[in-house]
Design a protein around this ligand. Structure first.
Ligand code: NAD
Ligand code: TYD
Length: 360
C-alpha cells in the first residue's frame, strides 16, 4: 500500500512545523507506530490533541503494518518515515528538525519469537534504544517516554503485585532485552539528566494486535474452526488491559509524568489463560473441544499482576475498560476485519506458525 504521507529516505523532512493556524504545533516522534499499541496511540493523540503533529518512525518489520493506520493516511498531521532505530543515520534524520518529544514503542515484542531467536531482540530493543537515546540527547529532546513491560519484573506466585520498586528479574530473552533498555534509560537520566520516563504495562488486548499473541491468535483460529493451542495446564495468569487504557496512561505520563520516574500501568483484570480461552470460545459460540493443550513455553512465567496506584495517584489515570466488555468489542472488531487478518495469515506468518506449533 502506498502511504501518501511517506517521507522518502532522503534524510530531509519536508514538514513545516511550528505555527499552524495561529496555534503552536508540537512535533512528536512515535517509534513503532505501525505496530499494535503504537498505531492505537497515534490515533488517540491525534484525536485528543489538535496541536500535535506526529512523525511515525517504523522499520516495518513483520509486525509493522501500514494498514493499521489506513484511516489516517490523509491526515496532514501524520507523517511516516521508514527507518531503523538501531541506525544512527535514520534516527538523526528524524530527530533533527525541531522535534520536542518522543514516545518509544519500537521493539521486537513476542516472547515465543525471542525463544526461537534472540538476536533481533538484542539489536532492536537494546542497541536501538541506545542509538535513539544518544540522538535524542544530541537533539535536545524535551520529553521522552520509554514504553516497557511488566515482564521485566519476572514472575509472581499466587499472591502479591509488581510495584515500581520490585527488583528486575526478567526470565525470557524478550523481557531481558526490555529490562536492559529500561536500565539504559535509567542511566541516561542519572548520568546526563536526560528527560525520560518509563512505563511498564501488563498484557494489552484490542484492535490491530498481530495474531501471534494469544487473543488475536485464538480469535482468528476459532473463526476458521481451528484448534487453539493452550500452553501447559493453562493456569498461568496475565493481567489484561485494553490498549486504549494503556495509551491514555502513556499520554498521561508524557504530559504529567515526573522525569526519571517509572510508572506501572495495569488493567486490574487477572485471568488464567484457560478462563480467557473459555471466554473467547463463548463469545464466538464455538465448542470447548477446540482447546488443544500443547507443550509448555520454556521458562513460562506463572503470574503477572500490576499495582498501578502510583500512576493513579500522581497522574489521575486509571484503567476504565471492563474486561468482559473490552473482550466482546475486540472479538467483534476481528470478526468485522477479516481482510486485515487474512492479509497477515500468509507466507511468513504460516512458516512461523508451522515452526512454533508444528502444524497449521
Ligand atoms: P508490535 O510488535 O505490534 O509492534 C512493534 C513495532 O515496532 C512494529 O511496527 C515494528 O515494525 C516496529 N519496529 C521493530 N523494530 C524496529 C526497529 N529496529 N526500528 C524501527 N521500528 C521497529 O508491538 P506492540 O505490542 O505494539 O508493543 C509496542 C511496545 O510496547 C513494545 O516496546 C513492547 O515491549 C511494549 N509493551 C507491549 C505490551 C503488549 O501487551 N503488547 C505490553 C507492555 C509493553
Ligand atoms: P502472549 O500473548 O504471547 O503474551 P506474553 O507471553 O507476553 O504474556 O501470551 C499470553 C499468555 O498466553 C502466556 O501465558 C502464554 C499463553 N499462550 C498460550 O497458551 N498459547 C499461545 O499460543 C500463545 C501465543 C500464548
Amino acid at each position: 500500500m502506498i502511504f501518501p504521507n511517506t517521507i522518502e529516505k532522503s534524510y530531509f523532512i519536508p514538514i513545516t512545523f511550528g505555527i499552524h493556524k495561529g496555534l503552536f504545533m508540537e512535533k512528536l516522534v512515535v517509534t513503532g507506530g505501525c505496530g499494535f499499541i503504537g498505531s492505537n496511540f497515534i490515533r488517540m493523540i491525534l484525536e485528543k490533541e489538535p496541536t500535535v503533529e506526529v512523525i511515525n518512525f517504523d522499520l516495518l518489520t513483520y509486525a509493522g503494518n501500514l494498514a493499521n493506520l489506513k484511516d489516517l493516511e490523509k491526515n496532514p498531521r501524520l507523517k511516516f518515515f521508514k527507518g531503523d532505530i538501531a541506525n544512527k543515520q535514520d534516527v538523526d534524520a528524524v530527530l533533527k528538525d525541531g522535534v520536542s518529544s518522543v514516545v518509544h514503542f519500537a521493539a521486537e515484542s513476542h516472547v515465543d519469537r525471542s525463544i526461537l531467536d534472540s538476536g533481533p531482540f538484542i539489536r532492536s530493543n537494546i542497541v536501538g534504544t541506545q542509538v535513539l537515546l544518544d540522538s535524542a540527547r544530541a537533539h535536545n529532546i524535551k520529553r521522552f517516554v520509554h514504553v516497557s513491560t511488566d515482564e521485566v519484573y519476572g514472575s509472581l506466585g499466587d499472591t502479591g503485585f509488581f510495584t515500581e520498586d520490585t527488583p528486575l528479574a526478567p526470565n525470557s530473552p524478550y523481557s531481558a532485552s526490555k529490562a536492559s533498555s529500561d536500565l539504559i534509560v535509567r542511566s541516561y537520566v542519572h548520568t546526563f539528566g536526560f528527560p525520560a520516563m518509563t512505563t511498564r504495562c501488563s498484557n494489552n488486548y484490542g484492535p490491530y494486535q498481530f495474531p501471534e499473541k494469544l487473543i488475536p491468535l485464538f480469535i482468528s483460529n476459532l473463526q476458521r474452526n481451528e484448534q487453539v493451542p493452550v500452553y501447559g495446564d493453562g493456569l498461568n495468569v496475565r493481567d489484561w488491559i485494553h490498549v486504549n487504557d494503556h495509551c491514555s496512561g502513556i499520554l498521561a505520563v508524557l504530559r504529567k509524568g515526573r522525569v526519571g520516574e517509572v510508572y506501572n500501568l495495569g488493567g486490574k483484570s487477572e485471568r488464567t489463560n484457560l478462563e480467557l480461552t473459555h471466554a473467547l470460545l463463548n463469545n464466538l459460540q464455538k465448542p470447548h473441544s477446540l482447546i488443544r493443550y500443547v507443550k509448555d513455553r520454556p521458562g513460562h512465567d506463572k503470574r503477572y499482576a500490576i499495582d498501578c496506584s502510583k500512576a493513579e495517584k500522581e497522574l489521575g489515570w486509571t484503567p476504565t475498560v471492563i474486561f468482559e466488555e473490552g473482550l466482546k468489542h475486540t472479538v467483534e472488531w476481528y470478526l468485522a476485519n477479516t481482510d486485515w487478518i487474512n492479509s497477515i495469515r500468509t507466507g511468513d506468518y504460516l512458516s512461523y506458525y508451522q515452526k512454533q506449533y508444528g502444524h497449521r
